[in-house]
Design a protein around this ligand. Structure first.
Ligand SMILES: NC(=O)c1ccc[n+]([C@@H]2O[C@H](COP(=O)([O-])OP(=O)(O)OC[C@H]3O[C@@H](n4cnc5c(N)ncnc54)[C@H](OP(=O)(O)O)[C@@H]3O)[C@@H](O)[C@H]2O)c1
Length: 239
């Protein structure tokens, strides 16, 4: 049953694809805006002026997140679903250990990809407590799977997603007994903007990736008491 949902990183890529797919289904969507001068989200809002609300949101800043939560509180007073989608990648990932590593960049990836979703949950939990849906979704990646790791570089991105997976497990331990359900999701390889411009390679357009994601993010699981990293095909990845 549609209700209220917040999507972080809603400006473009997978996040925008999710917003565009949820609106025709009747969801009231709060789209976190990070790029105030990127035109796609305002264009989508012109199609759905009543049910798409754009809220400035930087997952690195508690101040920004509290302001965004206040906005949602004033507009609707409760959230049913939270989708932690915002994430960053870096050109520096290709440097193997025999090359100098960019630790500052790794800090940025960790700050956005691992700490960001934790900050978002902290800020929005009171609104989720007031909602009916109690569904927390985290867009992770196969790159965060230690069990399946094959790469010989990509330190910052893979480590940040593995740390995110741990954060989600701790949240699960705490909040599942309080009635929350969780989705830890790998969306596949998407033609998004992770490298600054729209990717030409990859398997899915953002809207295709969103169509695959929605049944998994919004559907029911046979066993909600078991946390699993699931991909667009329903396949489980090792932690
Ligand atoms: N693309 C893939 O193949 C792939 C595969 C597996 C998992 N994922 C995950 O999917 C999620 C969505 O990524 P995407 O592929 O759609 O990439 P994207 O096109 O770059 O979209 C991510 C959005 O988040 C924004 N963002 C960056 N920093 C932020 C911050 N501090 N606060 C709020 N928003 C911020 C980005 O802005 P900027 O463009 O300015 O950075 C961008 O608008 C990410 O968590 C990513 O790790 C992607």
């Amino acid at each position: 049953m549609p209700g209220t949902v917040l999507v972080t990183g809603g400006d473009r890529g997978f996040g925008l694809g999710l917003c565009a797919a949820l609106l025709p289904l009747g969801w009231h969507v709060f789209a976190g805006q990070y790029l105030s001068d990127w035109p796609e989200l305002p264009a989508l809002q012109r199609q759905y002026p009543e049910t798409l609300e754009i809220v400035p949101l930087d997952v690195r800043s508690m101040e920004s997140l509290h302001a965004a939560a206040d906005f949602v509180q004033q507009r609707v007073g409760a959230l049913d679903v939270l989708i932690n989608n915002a994430g960053v990648q870096s050109e520096t990932i290709y440097a193997g250990i025999r090359s100098p590593q960019n630790y500052e960049e790794m800090h940025r990836l960790y700050d956005v990809n691992a700490l960001g979703p934790l900050r978002v949950v902290e800020a929005f939990l009171p609104l989720m407590d007031a909602g009916q849906g109690k569904r927390l979704c985290f867009i992770s990646s196969e790159a965060g799977s230690i069990g399946a790791a094959q790469r010989t570089s990509w330190f910052g991105y893979c480590m940040s997603k593995a740390a995110l997976n741990m954060a989600v497990k701790i949240l699960f331990n705490d909040l599942r007994p309080q009635g929350y359900t969780f989705r830890l999701y790998h969306p596949g390889w998407i033609r998004s903007y992770m490298h600054g411009q729209k990717a030409v390679e990859a398997h899915f357009e953002p809207e295709e990736a969103a169509a695959l994601a929605i049944p998994i993010l919004f559907g029911t699981n046979a066993d909600e008491n078991r946390l699993a990293l699931i991909d667009y095909d329903g396949k489980e990845w090792p932690y």
